[in-house]
Design a protein around this ligand. Structure first.
Ligand code: SME
Length: 152
């Protein structure tokens, strides 16, 4: 199955699972479960939640334990939260800002997740043990995850 086909199937599943759900943690838990089990190269998948005061706290995730708290001033996740832009890092060793939760991580993709008012709810962090694991197809599709949080 091609990459786009995998994503289309994933979103069909998520649409069914998440329909009518408004609880953010329930949504996050379901999304990380589906992402982690769909793509073998996604070795760690999790949300860091914006808890205010420039602080991200770990949310639902799959993979080995991650940092519990990340300040907006630190890490690739912090940069994503500050700038509200996608961070696609093909080689984490070339990034002085990168916080290494696992020595096995080679590349990382972080997506900002906003609510209906454009306020940052969380960042979706995906780590791979393969270098340059993420392409434009990943970026484009993973940004669609935000739609589940456009809840009024
Ligand atoms: N690498 C991230 C920290 C989170 S862990 O990878 C799970 C960062 O640099 O922000």
């Amino acid at each position: 199955m091609g990459e786009q086909e995998q994503y289309d199937k994933l979103f069909e599943t998520l649409d069914l699972l998440c329909e009518g759900e408004t609880d953010r943690i329930a949504l996050m838990a379901t999304i990380v479960c589906e992402l982690h089990s769909t793509f073998e190269r996604f070795d760690w998948v999790g949300f860091y939640r914006n808890v205010g005061g420039g602080v991200l706290k770990i949310g639902p995730y799959q993979g080995a334990h991650g940092c519990l708290t990340i300040d907006f001033s630190r890490g690739i996740c912090g940069r994503c939260a500050r700038e509200k832009t996608v961070q696609n890092i093909p080689d984490v060793t070339a990034e002085p800002d990168h916080i290494a939760c696992s020595a096995a991580t080679k590349s990382e993709l972080v997506i900002p997740i906003m609510d209906g008012d454009g306020e940052l709810i969380a960042v979706l962090d995906i780590d791979s043990n393969s270098p340059a694991a993420f392409d434009q197809t990943d970026q484009d599709n993973l940004q669609r995850i935000g739609k589940y949080f456009q809840i009024s």
